[in-house]
Write a new protein. Structure first.
Length: 168
């Protein structure tokens, strides 16, 4: 690790030195966020920022701006449409990673919520396709649909079948 290398370098010069290293500030960098956002552009993040952290920051900013515009009684401003949380694309070098924040919340799989790296581009589209699932499942409601997704995955996102449900 970097801390170990620093300690080794110092102890090579002065073997009796007592070394204390304290990280005072995490490096920040900007990444580009594009899509159907009210304010696409660059956002400051750190190497420990994940896509969900950035998404929540953007959603909070949109909600605050909508509340501010409502308090000013401006009827000409429309409510901004919902953003996708399951069809996010992370462009990294020559790769593109699909990010599904709902599946991350359901499974905890970090693949669906990666750390952000310098020069990443995050594409957040509008929420387009919803499917409703009701009946013998644990969390009924509307869920964003991903093209070519199976019903079994929607059921899993909805908490699975209730114990009294007929799986057929």
């Amino acid at each position: 690790t970097a801390i170990q290398k620093i300690k080794e370098s110092i102890q090579n010069l002065n073997p009796s030195a007592k070394i204390h290293i304290l990280l005072s500030e995490i490096r920040q960098f900007k990444i580009k966020v594009i899509g159907h956002l009210p304010k696409p552009g660059f956002y400051s993040v750190t190497p420990v920022t994940r896509v969900l952290d950035l998404y929540n920051k953007i959603i909070s900013k949109i909600e605050k701006e909508q509340e501010d515009s409502e308090s000013e009684i401006q009827n000409d401003k429309l409510k901004y449409p919902d953003l996708s949380s399951r069809n996010i694309i992370l462009l990294r070098n020559i790769d593109s990673l699909k990010v599904d924040l709902i599946e991350f919340g359901s499974t905890g799989n970090d693949f669906n919520n990666p750390f952000l790296k310098q020069e990443d581009i995050v594409v957040i589209p509008l929420l387009e396709n919803l499917v409703g699932i009701y009946g013998g499942i644990k969390i009924p409601g509307n869920y964003e649909y991903i093209p070519d997704e199976r019903l079994s995955n929607i059921i899993k996102l909805a908490g699975g079948l209730r114990p009294d449900a007929d799986p057929d």
